[in-house]
Design a protein around this ligand. Structure first.
Ligand code: BG6
Length: 490
């Protein structure tokens, strides 16, 4: 749709920025905090980039007041942060650690006093280690109950202070990295276990939403999902079908469960055939169907492009060669590795898109495509819970960071967001990733996302001084004008 004039951003639009506990807090064993799976994982040489860890991170735990003052200076309307479960329940399920709860209460109070809406994420990947050891983490149903207990501690304590709550951050990402690609704890490579753990996480999400209705009746709750649209490589019907499969595999497998309370039929049938489907009881089904989120949190970085699946191609080839018996599975095995995707789609590069220094496609129009798709499909308001550019920043001698590349990236995405709003999508707010520079789970401290530079690198903590980048002042202006300045120079 072409719009000659764009609608303004809504008056109460939540202009925000985001973070996650392990990536910023530090204070890994301070004030009674229990260990998390990341505290342990990062100690094993070779597990993380240049062995970086979050022991000190950017020391937000001790400097949160200074950070909130910078948020105020910037004019932020909202700040998304996550709570570290092991600060609240050090062993994941037992005694409450009052000092941990108090830290978040102080942070929330500080935000509110400074006119900033707190957006609280319940789980951003730092599972208490004790639960991993006792119950095999998300593979044990006990962990679902522990999560419910943890959430209820926070619901009861902050019901009157926090309106917006996020259950799981990027469930699609952390399950794949942890149980398939061996890049996150528990560093497993077993897709059956991945789907089973993922199912239990769905139950944990559902339990949290059900309790939320009881304890925080006036609040709003939803997941944060790592979403991107799936493009077909061409208009060839096989590619279009592959894109359907890709979308189901990458997105609907989670979004249908959150929003419709059930798994998508085609994919479930496919996984059953492969013997890797999760075991879903009738009680589970009822629980999943009994809840619905109030909004969809979307983390948008990029989507993907796909073409006809491998087996389709091999079958065609076999027919052409007039092989008597066609067994694509055998053929695929000969050609190389068989994956879950083999029979559904093949991911390819999109020749129309530029990439970041880390090879992530840059696709602002895809942001609009993605938001329109989820809004049309699930009929829920969306909250952008992450979007941003990871880059190598240079500190000049006069202590400036001229990050025009980040400004351009954010600006392009925000203009597309404004078009999306003009199209008719209900968007509650936008949280750039991230407020300060922070620890990237897989890329250490050099991949910087923040509006605020932190004086530290992979090896040295240095002064941890906070230095606003050019993008800080640019975003300040965006917020001040409620986004009206974005299209001024178009
Ligand atoms: C999202 C996560 O996947 O992307 C964040 O929710 C993460 O925690 C962000 O930092 C950027 O990823 P990366 O790997 O570049 O740090």
């Amino acid at each position: 749709m072409y719009h000659s004039k764009l609608d303004s951003f809504p008056d109460n639009f939540l202009w925000g920025a985001a973070s996650a506990a392990y990536q910023i807090e530090g204070g890994w064993n301070t004030d009674g905090k229990g260990l998390t799976i990341w505290d342990q994982y990062a100690q094993v040489p070779g597990n993380t980039f240049e062995n970086t860890d979050g022991k000190v991170a950017v020391d937000h735990y001790h400097r949160y007041k200074e950070d909130v003052q910078l948020m105020k200076k910037m004019g932020l309307k909202a700040y998304r942060f996550s709570v570290s479960w092991a600060r609240i329940l050090p062993d994941g399920e037992g005694e409450v650690n009052e000092a941990g709860v108090q830290f978040y209460e102080d942070l929330i109070d500080e935000l509110i006093e400074n006119g900033i809406e707190p957006l609280l994420t319940l789980y951003h990947w730092d599972l208490p280690l004790a639960l991993q050891e006792k119950y095999q983490g998300w593979e044990g149903r006990e962990t679902v109950q522990a999560f419910k207990k943890y959430c209820e501690v926070l619901f009861k304590r902050f019901a009157n202070k926090v309106t917006y709550w996020i259950t799981m951050n990027e469930q699609n990402v952390f399950t794949a990295l942890g149980y398939r690609w061996q890049a996150h704890p528990p560093k497993v490579s077993d897709v059956k276990r991945m789907y089973q753990a993922n199912h239990l996480i769905n139950l944990a999400h559902a339990e949290a939403v059900a309790s939320f209705r009881e304890f925080v009746p006036k609040g709003k709750i939803g997941p944060s999902f790592g979403y991107g649209a799936t493009y077909p490589a061409s208009s060839h019907p096989q590619d279009v079908l592959a894109a359907e499969n890709g979308d189901t595999f990458n997105n609907r497998w989670w979004l249908d469960v959150y929003c419709k309370g059930r798994y998508p039929v085609f994919m479930m049938k496919q996984l059953k055939k492969m013997g890797i489907a999760p075991e879903v009881t009738e009680v589970d089904e009822n629980l999943l169907q009994s809840v619905k989120p109030d909004f969809l949190g979307i983390n948008y970085y990029h989507g993907g492009t796909v073409k006809t699946n491998q087996w389709e191609e091999l079958t065609k080839e076999a027919k052409e060669k007039e092989y008597s018996s066609i067994d694509p599975y055998q053929m695929a095995a000969k050609e190389g590795e068989i994956t879950i995707e083999s029979g559904m789609f093949q991911t390819i590069e999109n020749p129309h898109l530029e990439k970041t220094d880390w090879g992530w496609e840059i696709d602002p129009v895809g942001f609009r495509v993605a938001l329109r798709k989820v809004y049309a499909e699930y009929d829920l308001p969306v909250l952008i819970t992450e979007n941003g550019l990871g880059a190598l920043d240079t500190l000049t001698e006069d202590k400036k960071i001229h990050d025009d590349y980040r400004i351009n990236y954010l600006k392009d995405h925000l203009i597309e967001l404004q078009k999306t709003i003009t199209d008719g999508v209900e968007v509650l707010g936008y949280c750039a990733w991230s407020f300060t520079d922070l620890l990237s789970w897989l890329n250490g401290y050099k991949k910087r996302y923040g509006f605020i530079y932190i004086d530290r690198d992979n090896q040295e903590e240095r002064s941890l001084e906070r230095i606003p980048k050019d993008s800080f002042y640019w975003y300040q202006k965006v917020i001040e004008t409620n986004g009206d300045n974005l299209t001024n120079d178009l």
